[in-house]
Design a protein around this ligand. Structure first.
Ligand code: F6P
Length: 393
């Protein structure tokens, strides 16, 4: 993407007291401690986790092993440039993403052996899926069945949107993040444009770039099932992560767990599950784990095949905070920078459904920004209490 002359620099994590700094200095060590307890890892795995714990705060970025299957890919993504530098001095997006890659290395996720393919975050993902709150959310679908189509549209869109609050990494450090503010929960709402792109003519292809598993993925799947049933889309491609990432990001195994949760639920939820099952088996719904989805770069740098694929979709919906950062570049834009300007490079119509969990924001009106700042200072940016639906048609 050619850079605008007023493009702010990419965020780094080097400013003590800033949100990015706290993620690197506090959240990452907490995640390592949580992972240590998630399985009875052997001494070698414990040593590797201890080394990462020391290295990710005090040390420098270490290279991947010479025989790592994806070493060339990470080199192309910048690993050689950043190796040997402090985690805090390189682009925050890169640093965070590489942390998860190194965490998988430490637990032996890729190496032949007993821990290969074992998702270190699976216990917490499953606990969330099994939680009584999930039952409550699913039983709410029974009452929705008799409501007018417009009301169902809105409920399922908002379910998917607010499902993004359910992010396990965020909960590690956001226990006291609640704000009491009179400002509206939605800071931008382009949902009319979103619906206009998906009329009930049955021809559209939706690309949904998923974010978290569990209580976010379930409503994402419900939204897809609803759009298929209403004839607003003919097919959907669900983009997920090729491996566990950012604690709760959805993988293929998580999709299957969520689907099983739906099909085994009582009432209307099971019907949604059956719709999805049928769509997967007849090809109207496909699941795609593109390597770039697990990468450390903004979407402006997506490879040609992905660009072509998303360019062919009627609409690409990106879920969540991290995808938003990757969509608009991980930069501290003035909040009133038009969303359409910063996403002009995207190969087709694009929508962001996101709760606000990091400093990056675009597309606010002057009035909304002023009201948020007056009520909360800058807390609204990271507290997860506000959300947005932004669309560039
Ligand atoms: O699951 P989401 O919505 O992408 O959020 C990921 C979270 O992790 C972060 O990357 C910080 O670790 C933030 O952007 C956000 O708070």
């Amino acid at each position: 993407m050619p850079e605008r002359s007023d493009t702010p620099p990419v965020l780094l994590g080097n400013e003590p007291g800033s949100f990015p700094h706290s993620v690197l200095a506090e959240r990452h060590p907490a995640i390592i401690r949580q992972v240590r307890e998630s399985f009875p890892y052997d001494p070698e795995r414990h040593r590797a986790l201890d080394a990462l714990l020391a290295g990710c705060t005090e040390g420098v970025i270490e290279p991947l092993p010479a025989d790592a299957h994806d070493r060339d890919r990470w080199t192309a993504w910048g690993a050689d440039v950043y190796t040997g530098r402090s985690w805090f001095e390189v682009p925050w997006l890169w640093s965070e993403s590489y942390f998860y890659r190194q965490l998988l290395e430490a637990v032996g996720y890729f190496a032949p052996g007993p821990w290969q393919g074992i998702d270190p975050f699976r216990p917490s993902k499953l606990a969330e899926l099994d939680a009584p709150e999930t039952d409550e959310e699913l039983s709410a679908l029974d009452a929705l069945a008799d409501r007018p189509a417009g009301e169902q549209d809105r409920a399922l869109l908002h379910g998917s949107l607010w499902g993004n609050r359910a992010d396990l990494g965020f909960r590690l450090s956001a226990a006291s993040g609640e704000t009491s503010s009179d400002t509206p929960p939605l800071v931008a709402d382009d949902s009319d444009t979103l619906w206009s792109l998906l009329p009930p003519s049955g021809a559209a292809t939706l690309a949904l770039i998923a974010d978290n598993a569990g209580r976010e993925l379930v409503p994402d799947l419900l939204l897809i099932a609803h759009l298929l049933t209403q004839g607003r889309i003919a097919r959907a491609v669900l983009h997920i992560k090729p491996y566990p990432y950012y604690v709760s990001d959805a993988t293929h195994a998580d999709v299957l767990d969520a689907l099983r949760r739906l099909t085994s639920a009582p009432g209307a939820a099971a019907a949604y599950g059956r719709t999805l099952w049928a769509a997967l088996t007849d090809g109207r719904l496909t699941v795609r784990a593109h390597p770039f989805s697990g990468g450390p770069l903004p979407y402006a740098e997506m490879p040609g095949d992905l660009r072509e694929e998303l360019g062919a979709a009627t609409l690409t919906v990106l879920k969540g905070d991290l995808n938003y950062r990757r969509l608009v570049g991980d930069r501290l834009w003035p909040p009133t920078t038009p969303f359409a300007d910063v996403t002009a490079y995207f190969p087709g119509p694009v929508a962001a459904l996101r709760t606000l969990k990091s400093d990056v924001i675009t597309g606010l009106s002057d009035r909304t920004e002023a009201a948020l700042v007056a009520a909360e200072g800058q807390k609204w940016r990271t507290g997860g209490t506000h959300a947005l639906i932004q669309v560039r048609a």
